[in-house]
Ligand binder design. Structure first.
Ligand SMILES: Nc1ncnc2c1ncn2[C@@H]1O[C@H](COP(=O)(O)OP(=O)(O)OP(=O)(O)O)[C@@H](O)[C@H]1O
Length: 377
């Protein structure tokens, strides 16, 4: 990161979502790709934290490791940082094998959920700490600190002690402290999970802005699928130390490869396929439906937002007769639980000011063949 890459933002203090994805080409640095090959890690005799992870992360990507508690996300980050040794496998950053490189010689820095700042020191001293350890002269150190504090929009707080800052401000300082040493790769371990919802979404936007400006490779860990979808260029979904799926957010959400990924992305409308016929005809627990491109999987995913609810009984192809069991009115949309011959189906209907069916009402559910997805167990 050269000084010009950290030019202060001249915009408003509040992050502007419209510009998040804009990359100022002049500020993009030479980013580093990451290659993980056959990573295994076991703790004790029985706990398998990583079970053969192969992954390539492109230079300059915002890449997210997503999965439930205990699936191996932090272990993977710690191996990248050099804080944990893999039992088997290799890792490369920028094409260079760093499997045996000690942590302090890796161009990698980490931002933790817990901030890991010195509470009794000023923001300036916290930001300067890493630079001082590297023997950077005072004058250069001060210039760099001023520059990064400005970049992260906390220039007016440099003299404050960290214990006099809010949670959001502390997390921004933690991010600035990780960036000031100009790592090739930044690892972020649930950095926003201690913040309240409003601050969290503000910092999500801010983090993205910083990452796109610097063009740095970010590896972000979260168990929150909404956060992963907002932030990431690509997501890897992990379960029990195994990568289940890697892809852009839309692929992972709209085309999950198996029931684990589907459920983790928030899908409950999964139905067993009991028989298959010509032209994508599927017999399912819900009834007979046609799928445009049915794969070999045993389950059918019906996304709630792809469903239309028509009044009364209007039978036809890819239509199911249902009774409204529950309705949750959420202003912009309503969430429905429908009953189809004893099987439950969830539907989300945008509120366009039209009639929203009531509990007990008979409706027809219509779904397009191209919106239906088959997947494995
Ligand atoms: N130092 C350790 N000693 C023993 N077991 C460990 C150690 N570190 C992690 N584990 C175990 O390895 C598995 C993976 O843990 P890891 O912390 O990587 O998961 P995670 O996905 O980051 O979870 P969380 O979201 O809860 O932080 C878990 O079963 C955990 O208990």
């Amino acid at each position: 990161m050269t000084p010009s890459t950290m030019a202060p933002d001249t915009g408003t203090r509040k992050p502007d979502t419209a510009h998040v994805r804009d990359i100022d080409k002049s500020s993009v640095r030479e980013a580093s790709s990451i290659e993980l090959q056959g990573l295994h890690k076991r703790f004790g005799k029985t706990t398998i934290a990583l079970d053969g992870v192969d992954l390539t992360i492109e230079a300059g990507e915002f890449f997210t490791l997503l999965g439930p508690s205990g699936c191996g996300k932090t272990t993977l980050l710690r191996i990248l940082a050099g804080l944990e040794e893999p039992d088997a496998g290799r890792l490369k950053i920028g094409g260079r094998d760093i499997t045996d490189t000690p942590p302090h010689k890796r161009s990698v820095n980490t931002v933790f959920q817990s901030y890991a700042l010195f509470p009794h020191l000023s923001v300036r001293d916290n930001l300067a700490f890493g630079l001082r350890m590297r023997g950077m002269p005072l004058e250069r150190r001060n210039a760099k600190v001023a520059e990064i504090a400005e970049f992260i929009q906390l220039g007016d707080l440099v003299e404050r002690r960290v214990d006099q800052l809010s949670g959001g401000q502390r997390q921004r300082i933690a991010l600035a402290r990780a960036l000031v040493c100009e790592p090739d790769v930044l690892l972020l371990d649930e950095p926003l999970s201690a913040l309240d919802a409003g601050l969290r979404s503000q910092l999500q936007v801010e983090l993205l802005r910083v990452q796109k400006r610097l063009g740095m490779t970010f590896i972000f860990v979260t168990h929150d699928q909404q956060e992963a979808m907002v932030m990431s260029d690509r997501i890897a979904v992990l379960d029990s130390g195994i990568i289940q799926q890697v892809g852009p957010p839309r692929d992972v959400y709209e085309r999950p490869v198996n029931a684990f990924v589907a459920r983790f992305m928030g899908h409950d409308n999964l139905y067993r396929i009991t028989a298959r016929g010509e032209g994508g005809r599927l017999s399912t627990e819900l009834g007979e439906l046609h799928c445009e491109s049915p794969g070999a999987g045993e389950l059918l995913l019906v996304r709630p937002e792809t469903l239309d609810l028509l009044p009364g009984e209007q039978p036809g192809k890819n239509r199911l007769l249902a009774t409204v069991g529950e309705r949750l009115y959420r202003g912009s949309h309503a969430e429905y639980r429908l009953d189809i011959g004893g099987t439950s189906l969830q539907a989300t209907v945008n509120n366009r000011g039209r009639h929203l069916p009531e509990v007990g009402e008979r409706v027809t559910v219509a779904v397009a063949a191209e919106d239906l997805v088959t997947l494995g167990q």
